[in-house]
Design a protein. Structure first.
Length: 278
């Protein structure tokens, strides 16, 4: 009889609560009564979690993780230059001095903000003049060239990416030494080699690197690979498209590079113009 009464009472309460929500206040009151019991049950797990973090020295683990990430980024950036060094070694073995081809000084900077203007490709970085950053300083990641610094203040700087329509970069093809100017097309995955004649020896898949002309970008840093070559006899120049090697839209940390002979704190006398690679 008691079981029948309890079942009937439960069915009545569920029906009333489902239709008219009359038991919300009762449910809230019961939840308040049960809350201390829930906290008491959860307390041992919270204490164990706190003890595990304390014993493992969370601060030390985070510092080691940051250091290892930075070291990996530096190593990958240097490995990215090996393809160009091998090609140059085949052409100029007797003149190559590889130790002078790799930048001796780099600085890791975090990306603080991205310019949301669809017609402007710029990044705000966490390093400024107090860290030795200067106008025109090259910007790379572990895979290739990203751009250059166009504005510097004490605690941050603004970098113009190579895909910006106002950026130009002297480059050359590693396969045959063909020199050209890579101009941004305003899209994240596109550069254009400007003013190449129709008979230029450019092939899909060719590696394009910085040529070092103009003295702003050190030579040999990967820029990208040729993704398309279109020849139209009705136009004076070939249409050659390059896909950037750098992960322009995915990097959270980048490298600011000092070229040979430059020291931290050097300031470029002339600000980068619209064709930033000169």
């Amino acid at each position: 009889m008691r079981l029948v009464v309890c079942v009937l009472a439960a069915l009545v309460l569920m029906t009333v609560d489902r239709r008219d929500r009359h038991l919300e206040a009762v449910r809230a009151g019961l939840s308040m009564l049960v809350l201390p019991l829930q906290l008491a049950v959860n307390a041992p797990f919270e204490a164990a979690h706190w003890a595990s973090e304390t014993l493992a020295s969370r601060r030390s683990l985070l510092e080691n993780n940051t250091r290892l990430r930075q070291e990996r980024l530096l190593i990958e950036a240097r490995l990215g230059r090996f393809a160009d060094l091998e090609a140059e070694n085949r052409r100029l073995r007797d003149l190559l001095d590889s130790s002078t081809r790799v930048a001796e000084r780099v600085l890791i900077a975090e990306v603080l903000a991205v310019d949301m203007d669809p017609f402007s490709h710029k990044l705000l970085l966490s390093k400024g003049s107090r860290d030795g950053v200067f106008l025109g300083q090259p910007l790379i990641d572990a895979n290739g060239v990203m751009g250059q610094v166009v504005h510097v203040n004490a605690f941050s700087c603004t970098a113009l990416l190579i895909t910006d329509p106002n950026h130009a970069l002297p480059v050359q093809v590693t396969r045959n030494g063909l020199r050209a100017i890579a101009i941004g097309r305003g899209v994240a995955n596109g550069l254009e080699l400007a003013h190449l004649p129709l008979n230029a020896d450019a092939r899909v898949g060719d590696l394009v690197v910085t040529s070092g002309l103009g003295g702003r970008f050190p030579s040999g840093y990967p820029v990208g690979r040729i993704s398309q070559v279109r020849i139209d006899t009705g136009r004076p120049f070939a249409e050659v498209t390059v896909e950037p090697a750098a992960h322009l839209e995915r990097n959270r940390e980048v490298l600011l590079v000092w070229g040979p002979g430059q020291a931290p704190g050097d300031l470029a006398r002339s600000a980068p113009a619209g064709g930033g690679g000169s």
